[in-house]
Design a binder for this molecule. Structure first.
Ligand code: AMP
Length: 230
């Protein structure tokens, strides 16, 4: 799942993973869990994440390699937030040797909308779910001017609702700058492949999910049921 921060990668990755019964591998979530657990990687990552900067390729590639080798990822997985650099993309290609080709989906959203979404995003402090995202259609792309509503507690686990420490406007601007410099080149890296798709992320969440399902079907990865959220 490619795309800038706020494009909806996490939301779509979560939906797709649930529909297909495969794990969602979100490197941002893995790092936030490490921060909460107080591990050495978490301690170092927090400093970088709070500035909007990237954790090193070496650390990220190690994390993803270990995760994709686990039993539950044998049948497939949805990657959210990785690769983010050309170095990570080439490492992923090596990891995929002997496995089915990856399907690359770039979710395209204009910058002004990204800033709006990120500044109002709220997540669950316990399970990490994006509670502003339209699990129930609460925040739909195109709802220009409508403040998204976040519930007082997470609907999935009842956890408390917080803003990500890197979702304040100054850090968001830095993250977008780094996205353009480091991650956007991946669009060119993948564009020539028959399994590359570009999707309009300004559409309502369900439309984005439908486009994603169509891309998967076209790529020969099988049919994804479009109905239902979970
Ligand atoms: P995300 O939740 O995907 O927006 O990621 C949050 C933060 O975690 C990013 O701003 C980076 O600091 C760090 N991060 C997540 N994934 C990666 C990655 N693949 N490479 C480097 N840093 C990452």
């Amino acid at each position: 799942m490619l795309g800038p921060p706020g494009a909806g990668k996490g939301t779509q990755a979560g939906r797709l993973a649930r529909l297909r019964g495969i794990p969602k591998v979100s490197t941002g979530e893995i790092l936030r869990d490490a921060v909460q657990a107080g591990t050495e990687i978490g301690r170092q990552a927090k400093i970088l994440m709070d500035r909007g900067e990237f954790v090193s390729d070496e650390v990220m590639i190690g994390i993803v390699k270990e995760r994709l080798n686990r039993e539950d990822a044998v049948e497939g997985f949805v990657l959210d937030g990785f690769p983010r650099t050309v170095g990570q993309a080439t490492a992923l290609d090596t990891m995929m040797n002997g496995r089915s080709p990856i399907l690359v989906v770039d979710i395209v959203v204009p910058e002004a909308e990204l800033v709006r979404r990120l500044a109002s995003r709220m997540i669950c402090n316990d399970c990490g779910a994006d509670v502003t995202a339209a699990a129930d259609g609460a925040r739909m792309a195109g709802d220009e001017g409508t403040a998204p509503t976040a519930p007082a507690r997470c609907r999935k686990c009842g956890g408390s609702v917080v803003q990500r420490t890197d979702d304040n406007v100054a850090v968001v601007r830095e993250r977008l700058k780094i996205y353009h410099r480091q991650t956007e080149p991946l669009v060119e890296y993948y564009r020539g492949r028959p399994t590359f798709w570009s999707i309009d992320g300004l559409q309502p969440t369900d439309r984005v999910a439908a486009d994603l399902a169509a891309a998967i079907e076209a790529a020969g990865h099988g049919t994804v049921a479009l109905g239902g959220q979970r």
